[in-house]
Design a binder for this molecule. Structure first.
Ligand code: ATP
Ligand code: I3P
Length: 535
C-alpha cells in the first residue's frame, strides 16, 4: 500500500481513538476569525473520565541516507563516536531521551520556581517509562531519532460520563486497533456514506464501470458508496499517517507534545507559556509566533493549542536554535545557592561530553546541581560566546544531528548553516530576510521589551520547494519584568540585570547567514566557471 512505503516511516499501524477536545467546537471558524477571543484557560484535571486506557502510538522507523553532519564537514561534532565508545550508554536506553534515568538522587521539585503545571508530572511519567523500558525491552534508537509518535503512549478515555468519548467511538462502529477508524475518519466515513457529495474525486472509468449496466442500479449504487467510503477511509488514513510521519519534535522534553486532528500541535500546558502566548497574539511579534488557540483538555492533562509550523511542508528540514547568552533564570541560580539538589542524570550528560568537566567532589558524588549543569552547558557551547546554540538539525531524510554542543565560533556555525541548507542560496536568503524582519518586529514589540526571554528557540523550517521560515517558540521560561523595568537584550548578562542577550544571538545568526550566503554564492560561481570551462 502506498502509505506504507511512501516515507518509510511506518512499521505498523494502530489508529488512535480519543475524546473530543473539550474546547474544540467550531475550530475552523476561529482560525479565520482574527477577533476571536481565546477561551479561558481551564486548569486542573478532567473529572469526566471514569476509566483511562493506555495504548501505543504507531511505531515509526528512521532512515539515514545522508552522511552525518560531522562526517560531511570535517568532524565538527567532537563529541561524536569517540565519546560514545568511552562512555557507552546502556544498550536499551534511547539516545535522544532528554530525561535520563536518575541514579539514586531524586530530583527535588522545589527547584522549580515557576509552576510548570502538568509538565513535572509528565517528566516523572517518562522517567518511569524509561525505567520500564530498560527492564523490558532491548529496543535501541541508534541514531537518536525521536519521532514523537513512535515513542509516546497516549492516554485516552475509553468511556466518559459525558458521552463524548463514547460517541467518537460508536461513530465508527468499532472500538480498537486497525479496525477502528480515527474519530475524524469516522465522521467523514459517516457523512460520505450518507450523502452523494464528496470531496474525493474518482476517475470516470470507475464510475462508468459501476453504472454501465442498467439492472440493479440500487445495489450498484450501494456498492459504489461502499467502495467510495473505503477509499475515503484509505485516503484519510494516508493523509493522517503522512502528517504524523512528517511531524517531529526536534528538541525539548519528551512527552510534552501531541498532534490533534485539527492540524494543531498540542503542548503540555504551562501557565507561564500560556500567558506569554496570549500576550504575543496581541503583539508586534504575532507574525513570528505559532498561532495560539487557547487550551484543550485531553485525558488527564491540559494542552496549549498551537499552529503546526511544519504543516504544508513536505519532508521538512528543521533547525532549533536556543536563544540568549544564558539558559537559566536568575532565580534558578539564587535558589540553587540555598537549596542544593543533585542530579545524577546531568552528571552523566556532562561526563559524556567532557570527562574532565566535573570537579573532584562532583565525580565522587556522581552528580551535579542543575544550575551548575546549565551554566556549564552555556559556557561550553556558543550560548555564552554567540548568544545562541544549535540544539539540533533534522534533514529531509529524517536523520537528526545533535552534535553541536561544542561549537563556539561563528565560522563553525556558518559551516552548520551551509550543511543545514545544503548551500541553497534561495533558502539562505529567505532565512536572512526573515531574521531581518524579526529584528525589526522586536524593536516594536512591547512584549519583548518587558520580558526576560530565557530558553526560547528560533525554529528554522524549509523544504525542497524552498518554502522557508523562522519562528519563535518555547516561552516556558519567559517571564514578565517588574513594573517599568525594560531590557535591552543586546548586552551581556550581569547578575541582577536580568538581561538575556537575545539580540546578541539574533545578530550572530544574521551575520552567520550573511557569511553563508557569500560562501554559497562563490561556490555557485566556481561551479558555473568549471562547467563553462568543461563545455
Ligand atoms: N508549533 C510547533 N510546530 C511544529 N513543531 C513544533 C512546534 N512547537 C514545538 N515544535 C517542535 O518541538 C520541539 C520542542 O519544542 P519546545 O522547545 O517548545 O519544547 P520544550 O519541551 O518546552 O523544550 P525545552 O526542553 O527546551 O524547554 C521543537 O524543537 C520543534 O521541533
Ligand atoms: O539540553 P540538555 O543538555 O539535554 O539539558 C536540558 C536543557 O538545558 C533544558 O533546557 C532543561 O530544561 P528547562 O529548560 O526546562 O530547565 C533540561 O532540564 P531538566 O532535565 O530539568 O528538564 C536540561 O536537562
Amino acid at each position: 500500500m502506498d502509505m506504507m512505503t511512501d516515507d518509510n516511516y511506518m512499521e505498523g499501524l494502530e489508529m488512535e481513538t480519543e475524546n473530543q477536545p473539550t474546547m474544540d467546537n467550531d475550530f475552523s471558524a476561529r482560525l479565520s476569525d482574527k477577533t476571536y477571543q481565546y477561551p479561558t484557560i481551564r486548569e486542573g484535571t478532567s473529572s469526566s473520565c471514569r476509566r483511562v486506557k493506555v495504548r501505543s502510538r504507531p511505531r515509526l522507523q528512521s532512515t539515514k541516507s545522508f552522511p552525518p553532519y560531522n562526517q560531511c564537514i570535517g568532524g565538527l561534532g567532537e563529541d561524536g563516536d569517540g565519546d560514545d565508545e568511552l562512555y557507552p550508554e546502556p544498550s536499551n536506553v534511547t539516545r535522544g531521551d532528554r530525561n535520563d534515568v536518575f541514579q539514586g538522587t531524586e530530583r527535588n521539585e522545589d527547584i522549580e520556581l515557576i509552576p510548570r503545571c502538568a509538565r513535572d508530572e509528565v517528566k516523572e511519567h517518562w522517567k518511569l517509562r524509561r525505567k520500564e523500558r530498560v527492564g523490558e525491552s532491548d529496543e535501541v534508537d541508534t541514531d537518536g531519532l525521536e519521532r514523537w509518535s513512535g515513542k509516546r503512549r497516549v492516554e485516552e478515555k475509553s468511556e466518559c460520563e459525558d458521552g463524548r468519548g463514547k460517541g467518537a467511538q460508536t461513530a465508527s462502529g468499532n472500538t480498537a486497533g486497525w479496525s477502528s477508524p480515527h474519530p475524524i475518519l469516522s465522521k467523514l466515513l459517516h457523512s460520505s456514506s450518507g450523502s452523494s457529495g464528496s470531496s474525493i474525486n474518482f476517475s470516470s472509468a470507475e464510475s462508468d464501470d459501476v453504472f454501465s449496466e442498467g439492472e440493479d442500479v440500487g445495489s450498484k449504487r450501494r456498492a459504489f458508496r461502499k467502495s467510495r467510503s473505503w477509499k475515503t477511509y484509505l485516503t484519510m488514513v494516508h493523509w493522517s499517517l503522512r502528517r504524523q510521519g512528517s511531524w517531529v519534535q526536534l528538541a525539548g522534553h519528551q512527552g510534552n507534545f501531541q498532534l490533534s486532528e485539527g492540524g494543531e500541535v498540542l503542548k503540555l500546558y504551562c501557565e507561564v507559556e500560556a500567558k506569554c502566548l496570549d500576550s504575543l497574539m496581541r503583539d508586534a511579534l504575532r507574525p513570528f509566533v505559532p498561532q495560539y488557540h487557547g487550551c484543550v483538555t485531553r485525558g488527564e492533562h491540559c494542552y496549549i493549542r498551537l499552529e503546526d509550523l511544519l504543516s504544508g511542508l513536505r519532508r521538512p528540514v528543521i533547525m532549533d536554535c536556543k536563544m540568549g547568552v544564558r539558559t537559566y533564570q536568575e532565580e534558578e541560580v539564587t535558589k540553587a545557592q540555598t537549596r542544593v539538589t543533585l542530579r545524577s542524570d546531568m552528571y552523566q550528560k556532562m561526563v559524556k561530553v567532557d570527562p574532565t568537566a566535573p570537579s573532584v567532589e562532583e565525580h565522587k558524588q556522581k552528580a551535579v546541581t542543575k544550575s551548575r549543569y546549565l551554566q556549564w552547558r552555556d559556557t561550553t557551547s556558543s550560548t555564552s560566546t554567540l548568544g545562541f546554540r544549535i540544539e539540533g538539525i533534522m534533514m529531509e531524510d529524517g536523520s537528526i544531528q545533535r552534535d553541536f554542543k561544542k561549537i563556539l565560533t561563528l565560522a563553525k556555525v556558518t559551516e552548520a548553516m551551509l550543511y543545514f541548507t545544503r548551500s541553497q542560496l534561495d533558502i539562505l536568503k529567505a532565512y536572512h530576510s526573515r531574521l531581518l524582519a524579526l529584528s525589526e518586529a522586536l524593536k516594536n514589540s512591547l512584549f519583548f521589551r518587558t520580558h526576560e526571554v530565557i530558553g526560547s528557540s528560533l525554529l528554522f523550517v524549509h523544504d525542497h520547494s524552498s518554502k522557508a521560515s523562522v519562528w519563535m517558540i518555547d516561552f516556558g521560561k519567559t517571564t514578565p519584568l517588574p513594573d517599568r523595568l525594560e531590557l535591552r537584550h543586546n548586552i551581556p548578562w550581569a547578575e541582577g540585570s536580568r538581561e538575556d542577550g537575545y539580540l546578541i544571538g539574533l545578530m550572530s545568526l544574521i551575520t552567520s547567514l550573511s557569511q553563508a550566503i557569500s560562501m554559497a554564492s562563490s561556490q555557485q560561481e566556481e561551479s558555473c566557471g568549471e562547467e563553462q570551462s568543461v563545455a
